[in-house]
Design a binder for this molecule. Structure first.
Ligand SMILES: [Zn+2]
Length: 322
C-alpha cells in the first residue's frame, strides 16, 4: 500500500508499507530493509515504458499501448510500476484512468486532456483539449504545456545523459576545476547545446555564451583518438579563459600561430590538454589540424576499433598531402 509520493522534478520517492522506491529517468531502486534492488526501464521512441527489467535481467513488466496510450497487454507485472505511456504516471485511484502530465491531466480513453490548453489562443485550428495536435505517434507532450517531436526529445535525453556521465567522469579524474568555476559563476551563464551531426560542433560562441558540443563522436586525428570527455574539457578550458579574461582571450584568438592556428589553441593544447592526456591515457595533438569524427558508445572512452582508426588516419594523411 502506498503511504505517500514525493516528487522532485523527474525524480520521485514512493513510500510504501513494504519500503521505499526511488524513481529517476532510467528506472527505480527498491529499498526493503537491508535489501536494495535496481530496476531499469526500457523505452520506445516515444519514451513509453515498454518493459521493466529487474536484477539478473528478469522481465518484471511488459506493456503495449494503443495509439492514445491505453496499456493493453501487461503480459507480466510483478513491478507495480505505474510510469507507462511516454513515461507519465497512470493514476487509477477513485476509478479514474488518467495520466499526470504535470500541467494538465491526460485521458487516454478519449485521447484528450481534461482541461483546456492555457495557450489555446495560439492554436485556433485545434480543440483546446487536444493532445499532441492529435498526432501522438510523432509528438509527445512533455508537461501538458507544449508538444515536442518525440525523436528530438529522445536525442536530447540521451545527450543530457552523456553530459552527466562526462561531467562526473571529469570530477572523478580531477579535471573539472574550470568546469566547476564556470558552473559556480553568478555573472556568466553557459548554455550547452547538443551539436551532434552538425558540421560545426565543439566550439564556443562567446556572443551567446553557448557551447556547441558533440558527445556522441570521438575525434580521430594524426596522433590518435580523443574521447568526448577529453574534448569537453578542452572546450571548458577555452570558456574558462574567456570568462576570467575576455581581452586576453580575444587577443590570443587573434594572434595567428603556424602550428596551432592561434595562441589560445596553443595555450590549451600545450597546457592542460597534456595533463588531461596523461590522466586519461589519451594523445594530445601536435597541431590544431584535421580530424574525423566517429561514433562512440561510451563518451568517457577513446577506445575505438584500431582498424577504423588507421583507415581514418590514412584519409587524413592523404587529404593533407594534396
Ligand atoms: Zn580548441
Amino acid at each position: 500500500m502506498v503511504i505517500d509520493n514525493t516528487y522532485y522534478g523527474n525524480h520521485a520517492v514512493r513510500n510504501t508499507t513494504r519500503g521505499l522506491r526511488l524513481y529517476n529517468e532510467v528506472g527505480y531502486i527498491d529499498i526493503h530493509g537491508d535489501s536494495v534492488s535496481y530496476h531499469y526501464m526500457v523505452r520506445d521512441y516515444l519514451g513509453s515504458i515498454r518493459a521493466i527489467v529487474g536484477p539478473g535481467g528478469t522481465l518484471e513488466q511488459a506493456t503495449d499501448y494503443t495509439v492514445t496510450g491505453i496499456p493493453y497487454t501487461a503480459t507480466t507485472d510483478q513491478s507495480g510500476n505505474r510510469r507507462l505511456h511516454t513515461g507519465k504516471e497512470l493514476r487509477t485511484f477513485n476509478g479514474l484512468y488518467h495520466y499526470d502530465n504535470h500541467a494538465r491531466i491526460y485521458d487516454p480513453l478519449t485521447g484528450r486532456f481534461t482541461t483546456i490548453d492555457p495557450l489555446a489562443g495560439q492554436y485556433p485550428s485545434l480543440t483546446p483539449y487536444n493532445h499532441c495536435a492529435n498526432n501522438p505517434l510523432t509528438f509527445i507532450d512533455s508537461n501538458g504545456m507544449e508538444i515536442v517531436i518525440a525523436e528530438e526529445d529522445r536525442k536530447n535525453t540521451s545527450f543530457n545523459m552523456r553530459l552527466g556521465l562526462v561531467r562526473s567522469a571529469l570530477r572523478k579524474y580531477r579535471l573539472s576545476q574550470q568546469y566547476d568555476e564556470i558552473e559556480q559563476s553568478k555573472e556568466f551563464k553557459l548554455t550547452i547545446k547538443n551539436a551532434s551531426g552538425d558540421k560545426n560542433s565543439n566550439y564556443f560562441e562567446p556572443s551567446t555564451q553557448t557551447l556547441y558540443i558533440d558527445l556522441f563522436n570521438a575525434v580521430i586525428h594524426k596522433e590518435g583518438v580523443n574521447s568526448p570527455l577529453f574534448i569537453l574539457r578542452h572546450e571548458m578550458d577555452h570558456i574558462h579563459a574567456y570568462m576570467v579574461d575576455r581581452v586576453g582571450y580575444k587577443m590570443r584568438m587573434e594572434a595567428k600561430d603556424k602550428q596551432y592556428d592561434n595562441l589560445e589553441e596553443k595555450r590549451v593544447i600545450t597546457g592542460d590538454d597534456i595533463k588531461a592526456g596523461k590522466v586519461l591515457e589519451e594523445p594530445t595533438r601536435t597541431k590544431h589540424g584535421q580530424y574525423i569524427r566517429v561514433y562512440i558508445d561510451d563518451p568517457t572512452s577513446n577506445d575505438l576499433n584500431i582498424e577504423i582508426v588507421r583507415e581514418k588516419q590514412h584519409l587524413i594523411n592523404n587529404s593533407e598531402m594534396k
